[in-house]
Design a binder for this molecule. Structure first.
Ligand code: PLP
Length: 377
């Protein structure tokens, strides 16, 4: 199998697998007072330090959660009057914003340019509308990098403007760990979300960075995590994330190898398959992600045919909103039939040159053998 669906989830790092058995031994409840409980607490706190150091945060600013969607939901469940998001956010952000809207908040959605980069003029217009009453009660939630196209938003540059208008900033950095630097001091954000299974940890664990002074009421009540997230800590998941975080801090330099392979995939496919379009090609992107439109091909049929030949890719986000064409590609101006003809390839630091050579051949052959679909428009 050639696995190029790493933005959906990643395979656990070999070091994570090696550690899993031993951390099963630390099964005592970290809140228990006995020696075993204190040992489990020690393990959890060690990981907190590691995650804090990965993100440039203070240890007390890291809260363990069950993953990206929970971290995002926690931020959105605060008492916001106004929310500003982009049109290409992950479903977890869009659904959370809709829930706020149903409770009376005003939601502004900022569009993107045809290459997927943020419409910064529209963001500024939204920020200028913040009234004195809304200062401190407005949340801007933007992704650092898009899960479908890999397009990176320049949040380090934009955060100053967000803050100067009195808004708080949440960054969805779920797709970025181990791929590009993520430093909360440089990003000057109030909240930041990460998820263990996206960087070779395991599923069911993530973290929320919360700047010490930023307001936060728990989504799940209980005494754990400074009373900010109730529920017995998922020690196994947390240890896995700690191991993965250590590995991730060492993989960013290898990003150039991943980028070379991704570029090779795009260049070769452009030569071998007529009329393909690389979505977001003009923008700054993650080194591992490629969204490609294969005109007149049905992406669901293509994903199926490729997986039959051992190549695992995806037709967009694994957690897309219903069966509708990708809202990300539509926001970039693609027609529904073009969005429905698009495939996401996402590499990892484990992807090899041999796999990419084989993948190119499999895609070229499969596309050639797949019947064309007639546009319904
Ligand atoms: N945000 C982005 C950009 C994602 O890609 C995902 C997962 O696909 C999430 C949030 C949700 O993360 P999790 O699967 O940990 O809930």
């Amino acid at each position: 199998m050639i696995y190029l669906d790493n933005n959906a989830t990643t395979r656990p790092h070999p070091e994570v697998l090696r550690n899993l058995a031993s951390c099963m031994d630390a099964y005592a409840n970290p809140s228990s007072l006995h020696i075993q409980g204190r040992q489990a607490r020690g393990v959890v706190e060690e990981v907190r330090e590691r995650v804090a150091s990965l993100l440039g945060a203070n240890v007390g600013e890291i809260i363990f959660t069950s993953g990206g969607a929970e971290s995002i939901s926690t931020v959105f469940c605060q008492e916001w009057k106004t929310l500003i998001i982009s049109a290409v956010e992950h479903a977890a952000v869009i659904c959370s914003a809709n829930a706020c809207k149903n409770k009376g908040a005003v939601v502004h959605t900022v569009g993107v340019e045809p290459d997927g980069s943020l419409d910064e003029g529209e963001l500024t217009t939204c920020l200028r509308k913040i009234t004195p009453r809304e200062r401190g009660r407005t949340l801007v939630s933007l992704m650092l990098a898009n899960n479908e196209t890999g397009v990176i938003f320049p949040l380090e540059r934009l955060s100053h403007s967000v803050k100067s208008h009195g808004a708080l900033l949440h960054i969805d950095a779920v797709q970025c760990i181990g791929k590009i630097p993520v430093d909360v001091q440089q990003l000057r954000c109030d909240y930041l979300t990460i998820s263990g299974h996206k960087f070779h940890g395991i599923k069911g664990v993530g973290a929320l960075y919360r700047r010490r002074e930023a307001p936060l009421a728990p989504l799940i009540c209980g005494h754990q995590e400074q009373r900010l997230r109730g529920g017995t800590e998922n020690t196994v998941g947390i240890v896995a994330m700690g191991t993965a975080a250590l590995a991730a801090s060492q993989t960013i330099e290898k990003g150039s190898k991943t980028k070379q392979l991704r570029d090779q995939l795009e260049e070769e496919l452009a030569k071998q398959v007529a009329g393909i379009r690389i979505n977001g090609a003009g923008a700054t992107r993650l080194p591992n992600t490629s969204s490609i439109t294969f005109p007149k091909r049905d992406s669901a049929a293509l994903v199926e045919a490729l997986s039959q030949r051992g190549l695992v890719v995806s037709s967009g986000a694994a957690c897309s909103i219903g069966d509708a064409p990708s809202h990300v590609l539509m926001a970039m101006g693609l027609e529904a039939d073009e969005a429905n003809a698009s495939i996401r390839f996402s590499l990892s630091t484990f992807t090899t040159a041999k796999e990419i050579r084989e993948a190119i051949q499999i895609v070229a052959d499969t596309v050639a053998g797949l019947p064309e679909v007639q546009s319904v428009c």
